[in-house]
Design a protein around this ligand. Structure first.
Ligand code: SF4
Length: 348
């Protein structure tokens, strides 16, 4: 669908904004409920399909607004069932989403930016640099486009905002998208099924806490001391580990909720027994879970993946210290769909 600069893409509007938009054209408020259901529950791609709206109303809508869509350029499937979707946006930029099957779950990992400005040294997306933020509709259209490829009885169960980009650096669009993920007339994902992963942008985290936005929080930690984290993640110079941990200590979590800490394991850099012990110490008092992600190696990345034994020893130290630590199997590695491997490139 072509973008008209005059018309409004309805998928860029939050439920409240959609209602206001319709009321400003003299329509009833309940019309927004009808339209939300068509867009996100039925996944229609044209106004003609909205059959409970009169023909006249549909025509009026098409004069002032449009519905953007995305369709995958390529879909690659790995042996473990993980699928990577490559999408081309209206301006020619490319992004990726990854669908990860796991027993009863079907998790979709979404991108929120084209590239990323944060330059974490173990991440290929970071090597691309930042090109632009995705609009709300570009974030949501990834869900709709992937859902369309699924067999009728298979549903996406979980959303993770961990693809290309730092979600909190695209704050407004990410929040609007999360609102629609949860909304009862839109996608209806419960707050436990949407996870946002961040490098720890403190002002934005503060804002989230104030606005009571419900989702699971994952913080990309990757080191247990300031020096190593600053070497791996330049953002640590602006928002040091100490400040992030203090923020986590004070964050009012709901009962049974925990903060997930992502820890990409790099051979000889952050995988020693001392690192594990220090990690235990700094996470003390924070209801937390640690995801250990052995590095997905790439020629452009100056680190190696630790041996399985080393990863297991690291996990054991954390578990003995009372921390839940899960080794994340690297899904989709051979199609470059695993953590830190997204670059928006077609298959070779
Ligand atoms: S790990 Fe995340 S924040 Fe860091 S460069 Fe990669 S995409 Fe950006």
């Amino acid at each position: 669908m072509n973008v008209s600069s005059e018309k409004v893409d309805l998928k860029n509007l939050s439920p409240g904004e959609l209602q206001k938009f319709l009321v400003s054209f003299g329509k009833e408020r309940y019309r927004s409920t009808q339209i939300l259901r068509w867009l996100y529950q039925k996944g229609v791609e044209s106004f003609e399909e909205m059959t409970n709206l009169s023909k006249k109303f549909r025509k009026e809508l098409s004069q002032i607004s449009y519905l953007s869509t995305l369709s995958p350029l390529y879909i690659e499937q790995a042996r473990d069932g993980t699928k990577k979707f490559l999408f081309q946006l209206e301006d020619g930029n490319r992004i990726e989403s990854v669908l990860i099957p796991d027993k009863t779950r079907l998790t979709l990992c979404l991108s929120t930016q084209v590239g990323c400005a944060f330059g974490c040294r173990f991440c290929l997306t970071g090597k691309m640099g930042w090109k632009r933020d995705l609009s709300t509709s570009e974030i949501l259209n990834q869900i709709l486009a992937v859902r369309k490829t699924l067999p009728e009885k298979r549903a996406i169960t979980n959303i993770v905002l961990m693809g290309m980009g730092e979600p909190l650096a695209n704050f407004e669009n990410t929040l609007r998208a999360i609102e629609l993920m949860h909304h009862p007339d839109a996608f209806k994902f419960s707050s436990r099924r949407v996870t946002l992963s961040t490098v720890g942008l403190l002002p934005e985290l503060e804002r989230l806490a104030k606005e009571h936005i419900a989702f699971r929080l994952a913080i990309s930690l990757n080191a247990s001391d300031e020096k190593t984290r600053s070497q791996l993640m330049p953002i640590n110079r602006r928002y040091p580990l100490k400040m992030i941990l203090e923020w986590c200590q004070n964050f009012p979590l709901k009962p049974r909720d925990r903060i997930t800490f992502e820890y990409v394991m790099l051979d000889g850099k952050n995988d020693s027994a001392e690192d594990a012990k220090r990690l235990l110490k700094i996470l003390k008092g924070i209801p937390s879970k640690v995801n250990l992600i052995p590095l997905n190696e790439a020629p452009e990345i100056p680190f190696k993946r630790p041996s399985e034994e080393k990863v297991r020893q690291f996990q054991e130290i954390l578990m003995k210290g009372g921390l839940t630590a899960i080794i994340r199997a690297s899904k989709g590695q051979e199609i470059s769909a695993a953590c830190g491997q997204l670059q928006g490139k077609p298959p070779p």
